[in-house]
Design a protein around this ligand. Structure first.
Ligand SMILES: [Zn+2]
Length: 372
């Protein structure tokens, strides 16, 4: 195991922060896995999963069973972890800029294309190697004028040439679910089965360049660009894994999740061992554009009428927003048939606040699909 320290540039005067990455297994096989936790710094279940995963990887490394380099970043957002306001950690947005820590990663297509023209051939495996080389060069050349930019560059530098990228998040109150690229579903389906994901949300572009999509989208963009000339595989299975809700931090859950990741890696041939029997897929994947996001029509008390995991019919009321001064009650109904899989945990909302998500099969949204 190798520990690498990545000092962040642009830190405030008198301070210094770093990303610490842990590397297990051989680094010379051309195969690499990147797992990072808590990019939204206050989403902590993944941090504990990373803790338990490291112990499993250390044992597997000692047994000589790793067939790839495994990179684990248990604390992906030290900038956000430092933001405590009135006893509460503010880990989703950088206070200085207002930017979401999991948005606005740099678009890589144009500079990667500039490095690839004339370098690809007829062999998809060889092409993937050259694309990964170009990605490493492009990310290494990214500017890092701020600490936030430096953090983004560091994480991308660790992940951009990996064949599997897992970004461990959680929702407020939530079932285990995942987000990935539509073209990646055949590769992601075993992960959904191993982890027991109850919802798998697919999109080719969710908006505002989140981390997972920045790692993977380049592959289907390049495949489209070179189609008919050079074969380009879907060379990066990148997934945002939402490990239930904010409070779901426990050893039993995290140990089971770490075991599920090891089973998936073994299934994929990244770890030696008998192929695990895959559990059944709990629910078919659905388009991210089919997820209805219900918002508060007015400011008031949020009173849920339905529980996580319930099937909701189109037109059925999911929650009320109660205005206790006027006495008015505003029922809010789903626009789709689907599974209620995530809810906001606060019970007071200002008008317009997104409060819950229902995964349906039919498209009900367009444009930017990711939440703020
Ligand atoms: Zn998150």
């Amino acid at each position: 195991m190798l520990v690498r320290h990545h000092p962040l540039q642009g830190a405030p005067l008198g301070t210094a922060r770093e990303i610490v990455s842990f590397h297990y297994g051989p680094a010379d096989t051309g195969r690499k896995v990147h797992v990072q936790a808590s990019l939204h710094a206050d989403e902590l279940p993944g941090m504990l999963v990373a803790h338990h995963l490291r112990q499993r990887l250390a044992a597997l490394e000692a047994a000589g069973a790793l067939r790839a380099e495994f990179v684990v970043v248990p604390v992906a957002n030290p900038v956000g972890l430092a933001q405590t306001v009135l006893l509460t950690n503010v880990g989703r947005f950088e206070l200085g800029s207002g930017e979401n820590f999991n948005r606005h990663y740099p678009a890589l297509l144009a500079p990667v294309l500039a490095r690839l023209e004339g370098r690809l051939g007829d062999d998809a495996v060889r092409n993937a190697q050259r694309i990964r080389e170009a990605l490493r060069e492009v990310v290494a050349a990214l500017p890092e004028p701020t600490e936030l930019a430096s953090q983004r560059k560091t994480l991308l530098g660790l992940a951009c040439d990996a064949e599997v990228v897992l970004d461990l998040h959680c929702d407020c109150e939530s079932l285990l679910h995942l987000y990935t690229g539509t073209a990646l579903w055949p590769q992601a389906e075993p992960l959904a089965r191993c982890t027991g994901a109850q919802v798998s949300l697919l999109a080719s572009e969710s908006g505002d360049n989140p981390f997972d999509e920045t790692c993977s989208q380049i592959w289907w963009q390049l495949e489209a660009h070179f189609r008919g000339r050079h074969p380009v595989p879907m060379g990066c299975l990148s997934v945002t894994l939402e490990l239930r809700g904010l409070a779901d931090v426990s050893h039993p859950l995290a140990q089971a999740d770490a075991d599920a990741l090891v089973a998936f890696f073994t299934h994929r041939g990244l770890i030696d061992g008998p192929a695990p029997a895959l559990p059944p897929l709990l629910n078919d994947a659905t388009p991210l554009a089919g997820t209805d996001v219900l918002s508060a029509p007015v400011s008031g008390l949020v009173v849920y009428r339905r529980e996580l995991g319930e099937r909701i019919g189109a037109g059925e009321v999911v929650f009320d927003v109660v205005e206790p001064i006027s006495g008015q009650v505003h029922p809010v109904a789903s626009r789709t048939d689907g599974l209620l899989f995530a809810r906001e945990s606060q019970r007071y909302a200002r008008a317009g606040r997104a409060l819950c998500k229902i995964a349906g099969r039919e498209v009900v949204r367009s444009g930017k699909l990711s939440s703020d």
